[in-house]
Design a protein around this ligand. Sequence first.
Ligand code: PLP
Length: 441
Amino acid sequence: MCRPRGLFTFSFGLPDIATAWWCVWNRACRQGKAVVECAHILQAMDTLPHTERPGYFGEFGGRYIPETLMPPLFEVQEAVEKILPSEEYRSELKQLLEDYCGRPTPVTPCRNLSKELGFHLYLKREDLLHTGAHKINNALGQALLAKKMGKAHIIAETGAGQHGVATATAAAEFGLRCTVFMGAKDVERQAPNVQRMKLLGAEVVPVQNGSCTLKDAINEALRYWISHQADTMYVFGTAAGPHPFPTLVRELQKVIGTEARAQMIARIGRLPDYVVACVGGGSNAIGMFHPFVADKEVRLIGVEAGGTGEPGCENSAAINLGTPGVLHGARMMILQTADGQICESSSISAGLDYPGVGPEHVHLHSIGRVHYGIAYDHEALQAFRRLSQAEGIIPALESSHALAWVFGHASEIAPGSHVLVNLSGRGDKDLAHALHHIHLD
Ligand SMILES: Cc1ncc(COP(=O)(O)O)c(C=O)c1O
């Protein structure tokens, strides 16, 4: 049974100003300052344009965290500023991505589906990477950073298990100790990945709090990090969380879009008309979109998980159906009740089952640069089957949402268009779960 959330939680859905006030008040009062002074600090903070604050994307992002988390986050930020751009780090990571992970991944034209659909459909094959998904780009990059920071232990949260497997893999490669926090519900529905993590030498901690899914795993990992800062680095799995994680994760994932952009130009002599990716916390999508953002002629489509389509909180479509608030240290769009309690998100794919979307996506949505659509569970299952049978490629249920959007909007896409979908992962991990819902003759 999943326990209700404790008092000490990072997923409070209070309006961000209240949360920031709490942080400032907490700090100032510990320093013996009067509460009235805290209010001034907050007021001053609020008059700063959001864009001038580090870690903000428009009015989203930031670092809304208890002060006990500031030192390790500053340490990560320093590493992002000093180690990440260094020639030594960049060439080591590039080599590892090529030799160990299999980059660059190809772009595959879907010959059969393109005939059926009347436009050209291509897949960016992140499913072909070592460990079977895009998550390794980020996990390897952060683990290398941790090693260079002198950390002996890395921790991670995981939903679908892909980020956990990727982090456990990177830990094995670099000789680091690894602990993965995973919601108890996800431990059940992603059993093969749990076995994989254990085989790779990681400790898997099932989290019994809240909805027993990804958001609770993140809470637990953050709690653990607070009390193990000296030797531990938190390898955050998606483009969310407190600054600098959304930026760090995007920088490590943008290799997807950089490669894809050049590959499409080489293949068709121009940029694609559409670039489509599924959105959980947002890492594969931001990695794919970022190098295309300045190309106004390219339509960028993020696809959120609509769950069963029932009314209420039973979905994971925070941009489409959520409201602004603070979750896991960042201001973004979240699924929350009217009084600010985080909803239990729901999706057939564990990797999209998260009640928030990272701040850069929310900004790109607010300025109208990216359109965020929805695909429901049954549509993702149909797409899962359709790609498997038409092209011989079994997609992850997460990526199936992106395909489902394309299939569902095929009549609106002009004949002859070029549509590029990020196939963020392979579907082997989802077989047992999907086959509960799909009847094979
Ligand atoms: C294959 C795959 N695609 C997509 C996602 C969603 O995560 P993100 O939005 O960070 O790419 C996950 C998450 O586990 C995943 O495993």
